[in-house]
Design a binder for this molecule. Structure first.
Ligand code: FES
Length: 82
C-alpha cells in the first residue's frame, strides 16, 4: 500500500527506513523523498513511526530525564563560578 503517492513510496519501504534508523518524517524524507512534494502523506508517515515502525526510538519517559540531567550538568559549573 502506498504511503506517498507522489514518490511511490510504500508502507513497507517506510518501515524499512525506520528499521534502518530513520525515526522522524524528516529522516524518512532524506531516505526516500516521501513527504517532500505535496506533503499530504506526512501525517501517515508520522502515524507509521508512532506505531513502533522505528525500533530505536526511546520511550518518551526515558529521554526527558536524560535531557534534564544534561541541562543540570551544564548549569552547575556556572553556578559554582558565580
Ligand atoms: S503524497 Fe507524499 S509528498 Fe505527496
Amino acid at each position: 500500500m502506498f504511503v506517498c503517492s507522489c514518490f511511490g513510496v510504500t508502507e513497507a519501504q517506510v518501515k524499512k527506513h525506520a528499521e534502518a534508523g530513520a525515526c522522524t518524517p524528516r529522516q524518512i524524507a532524506s531516505a526516500c523523498k516521501a513527504g517532500t512534494d505535496c506533503g499530504s502523506c506526512v501525517r501517515r508517515i508520522q502515524a507509521l513511526l508512532g506505531r513502533g515502525a522505528c525500533p530505536s526510538r526511546e520511550p518518551a519517559g526515558r529521554t526527558v530525564p536524560a535531557l534534564a540531567e544534561t541541562a543540570l550538568a551544564e548549569v552547575a559549573p556556572l553556578e559554582e563560578a558565580a
